[in-house]
Design a protein around this ligand. Structure first.
Ligand code: SAM
Length: 300
């Protein structure tokens, strides 16, 4: 939205403190409440989302609205979902100059996001998710956004640095695991910047990072059944120090048919002595296809 230049920014330590004191707000650690107080970082997040008035933005956890107001200035419709009812009057006040912002009260994990997209983003072709996420639920929120195959163009989020590194990790690195594969199956991750604890109040006791996931229109590999593919991946990382052969045997094979595990691995072109962390996305896709075609399913 244009014409908002005269509005005072929230994200300064002074103004944030003034707002929370005036409303008698106290931070809840259990809700991951670490509010951003740094203009520079807010700019980096919003710039990475590459928004304009033709695009929508979904924010999860607006807090007192520091990021929301930035989004409101550059995007078309902005929808923010906040779990903490105590923040609603503050958001009502801060968002008053921005008619393009809607605030919903609720837990994003319980929300029907497909329905929310239909009602709030019916007028735009592209929607980005932009958020400083509550760290205690980062992975479930990210997996919900990716697995529900919503019409999301990109996801730009502040998360714990260690989780961002796992999402973006390449095969062979210590951070590479089932989270890297799940995220990279649905999107192309890019680390935007590392962020110190000093840009938040209160300060979290971990380092953070901004990560951008460009959501893929199609996964980069073909698999016969997504649930089976992810089961194979999960099983392969069950015990990181074990070979892929031993991990698969534990999950998919009985004593009687254990030999078959190594035969199928060889058929997929994978040495049974390798470890799960060395396999690429394509190798997992091939392995899952070979196992699926041989009728191998996880033991219940
Ligand atoms: N966006 C604000 C900022 O950057 O200053 C606040 C970010 S703070 C890290 C996370 C926010 O998410 C808090 O406002 C918290 O109340 C909210 N939150 C926590 N769990 C949530 C959930 N399950 N659904 C929606 N919001 C949630």
């Amino acid at each position: 939205m244009k014409g908002m230049e005269e509005t005072v920014e929230i994200a300064t330590p002074k103004r944030t403190k003034e707002i929370i004191q005036r409303h008698g707000f106290s931070f809840k650690k259990s809700l991951g409440q670490n509010f951003l107080i740094d203009q520079n970082i807010l700019n980096k997040i919003v710039n990475a989302a590459d928004l304009d008035e033709s695009k929508g933005a979904l924010e999860i956890g607006p807090g007192i609205g520091a990021l929301t107001e930035r989004l409101a200035r550059v995007a078309g419709p902005v929808t923010a979902v906040e779990i903490d009812q105590r923040l609603l009057p503050i958001l009502g006040e801060v968002m008053q100059p921005y008619p393009n912002v809607r605030v919903h009260h609720g837990d994003v994990l319980k929300l029907d996001l497909a329905e929310l997209f239909r009602t709030d983003f019916g007028t735009v072709d592209k929607v980005s998710v932009v958020a400083n996420l509550p760290y205690y639920v980062t992975t479930p929120i990210m997996m919900k956004l990716l697995e529900e195959k919503l019409p999301v163009d990109s996801i730009v989020v502040m998360i714990q640095k260690e989780v961002a590194e796992r999402m973006a990790a390449a095969p062979g690195s210590k951070d590479y695991g089932s989270l890297s594969i799940a995220v990279q199956y649905y999107s192309m991750p890019e680390l935007v910047c590392i962020v110190p604890p000093t840009v938040f109040i209160p300060q979290p006791n971990v380092e953070s990072a901004v990560i951008k996931l460009k959501v893929r229109e199609q996964p980069p590999v073909e698999v016969p059944d997504e649930a089976h593919f992810f089961e194979v991946v999960q099983a392969s990382f069950a015990q990181r120090r074990k070979t892929i052969s031993n991990n698969l045997k534990a999950r998919f094979f009985t004593k009687e048919n254990r030999e078959q595990a190594d035969q199928l691995l060889e058929q997929a072109g994978i040495q049974p002595s390798r470890r799960g962390e060395t396999l690429s996305l394509q190798e997992y896709a091939t392995l899952s296809t070979v196992m699926w075609e041989a009728g191998v399913r996880a033991a219940l």
